[in-house]
Write a protein that binds this ligand. Sequence first.
Ligand code: DCS
Length: 481
Amino acid sequence: MSLKALDYESLNENVKNCQYAVRGELYLRASELQKEGKKIIFTNVGNPHALGQKPLTFPRQVVALCQAPFLLDDPNIGMIFPADAIARAKHYLSLTSGGLGAYSDSRGIPGVRKEVAEFIERRDGYPSDPELIFLTDGASKGVMQILNCVIRGQKDGILVPVPQYPLYSATISLLGGTLVPYYLEESENWGLDVNNLRQSVAQARSQGITVRAMVIINPGNPTGQCLSESNLREILRFCCDERLVLLGDEVYQQNIYQDERPFISSKKVLMDMGAPFSKEVQLISFHTVSKGYWGECGQRGGYFEMTNIPPRTVEEIYKVASIALSPNVSAQIFMGLMVSPPKPGDISYDQFIRESKGILESLRRRARMMTDGFNSCKNVVCNFTEGAMYSFPQIKLPSKAIQAAKQAGKVPDVFYCLKLLEATGISTVPGSGFGQKEGVFHLRTTILPAEEEMPEIMDSFKKFNDEFMSQYGDNFVYSRM
Ligand code: DCS
């Protein structure tokens, strides 16, 4: 009998081939254990509120009022909400055409896109055009929309860092394109060597692949490094030479935990480089409300900005965005608030600064605790988390552990992470889910668990790791790969 369209055997192969480890085998096992009553520490997803981070008060007040505009008519409203939140809610409602329940323009509310452009101008010191900014349902949707425009078929290649966040590998497989890996150098603090890029492109070309775009994640996920200005210049020059569109994933731009390398946007570096680069290189930069001290993952707000993209292409992207009608309107308001938070002198300013600084300072301490904790463990080495939300320690697995994994039918790092989960309840993602060099093993954990729980988590990791290493140890001398 012939198969029906949604029988598993007849599904689109691209769907079956696509892998997304952040919610993969480890996550499923953790969910099962949780159902059985085991305490699970979910460090597999960069989802700050799920690990106890409190929402910032001001944006929630504004959006609450936008969701329930009848409250604005209550004579006592000023006793519950500060005047600046009330004023902002009225401002955003006036920008919508019918409040939060109405679709907006498919590119997002023009007034919010203007606020985003003003933020980019303040951040970079260069003009930004609201017409070239589209609001999206989280950065993910923006990345998917752009990759959809770039990938025409299997012969189109996208340069992606390895290790990478699997949004890229998964979307490229869904769209039927080819991922062209370039390796980040772990021993150089996950730095990006342009010679590696050249090699990757040459190799892909020799296989008949047309390399069309390059992805950078800055700060890095899962690797946590911040790209230097000189590195960004090299990348942009490379994109210019090779005629690649640069996809700059900058969702972690608020998450910086050191002072030597502050975040610098690809757009600013490109504009600083001047002509011909600033007029030639095609760049799309992505941002979100999910990360930073906002951490509003569930709201699904994001934007992308297009630089040096021809108007006819912008029109096509608009057309495609229109198929989905409108990005989530309340998330657009979160984005507006993120890019124009309370200013000095506003009633809510002090509270906003107290809350946001409190979160960032604690994340900075947690980044240090986690890296130091991993580095104190046997056969584990971890670069410092300079930015983003993750630690990505390398685990030197003894050959006996690798054999045991094979016998159990598991990839070695999956085996290690499953044992860690069963023993401690710590739910991580195996490094193989992000890509890593052959024969080298990692895991990824977020730095998001509550600060007061961190020492206990690291102790329990250390205890597990020590036991694991003595159980499978073969007395090798550790050397970093
Ligand atoms: N880009 C990067 C590098 C990310 O890490 C994420 C989310 C996104 C884009 C998409 O975010 P939004 O769609 O929410 O804007 N990071 C995932 C992760 O690794 N853990 O949690 C989610």
